[in-house]
Design a protein around this ligand. Structure first.
Ligand code: ADP
Ligand code: MG
Length: 239
């Protein structure tokens, strides 16, 4: 579904991604692990067309997304959830979820309202429709952000450290919503340090360091039998 071939990315003279190869099959859940600064967010941003790349190719459902129609389709069909929720502060939870379907998909307001209410219920936020983000906990805001992403009926969702900004007691509620989305068959790429989630949900774990994919494998392969010393030392630091 999504394929990166030999992707190189630099900011000015500073190269941050080196020959990245990565594939995400339909319904697959890929977790990206790696130390801070290793290029995980940049990979997601490249997939989603938020960054230009210096060389290599990114394909979405077989078509290159470098500067054309496939890019627009990919933007519509691939959602992103950020570490810091990025909700509209002056819109209620319901309005935040309705925005995309109305403005991007031209959905009728009433239909969008019903969809948004259903999705808020799905993420456990019935009764919070009229709350503004500032009145919600971080975990609730992130669940609104996930509902907002789902409202676009995406074929895949990219999650960039979705629980890293949360107080520890709020992490579980967000991970359980993500597990539910995973169980429904969504294709997902998740950057996270939540090893329990990775073990339970990932089909494949990709370990990155210093802009390179160091190794890729099943959760058992990467977490229990890492082959590379960099993977081993990273895991020993976070486990
Ligand atoms: P991670 O998400 O793994 O922590 P990032 O993808 O955010 O890593 O960053 C990878 C590298 O790219 C880091 O060295 C970071 O400083 C650099 N970087 C990220 N964004 C920018 C930017 N907009 N301009 C310049 N350098 C950047
Ligand atoms: Mg990051």
């Amino acid at each position: 579904m999504i394929e990166l071939n030999q992707v190189n990315k630099s900011y000015g003279k500073h190269q941050v991604l080196f020959d990245i190869d990565l594939t995400i099959a339909k319904r697959e859940k890929v977790v990206i692990l790696g130390p801070s600064g290793s290029g995980k967010s940049t990979v997601l941003r490249c997939i989603n067309g938020l960054e230009t790349i210096q060389s290599g190719d990114i394909r979405y459902e077989g078509a290159s997304v470098i500067g054309d129609k496939a890019m627009r389709r990919m933007r519509l069909e691939v959602g992103m959830v950020f570490q810091r929720f990025h909700l509209f502060p002056h819109r209620t939870a319901l309005e935040n979820v309705m925005e995309g379907p109305i403005w991007v998909k031209r959905m009728k307001k009433q239909e969008a309202r019903e969809l948004a209410a259903d999705l808020l219920a799905k993420v456990g936020l019935s009764g919070k429709e009229d709350s503004y983000p500032g009145k919600l906990s971080g975990g609730q805001q992130q669940r609104v952000a996930i509902a907002r992403s789902l409202a676009m009926q995406p074929k895949a969702i990219l999650f960039d450290e979705p629980t890293s900004a949360l107080d520890p007691e709020l992490v579980g509620e967000v991970l359980s919503v993500m597990k539910e989305v995973a169980a429904e068959g969504m294709s997902m790429v998740v950057v996270t340090h939540e090893i329990g989630f990775a073990r339970e949900v990932a089909d494949r774990i990709v370990f990155m360091d210093q802009g390179k994919v160091i190794e890729t494998g099943t959760p058992e392969e990467i977490l229990d039998r890492p082959q590379h010393v960099r993977t081993q030392s990273f895991l020993s630091r976070i486990l």
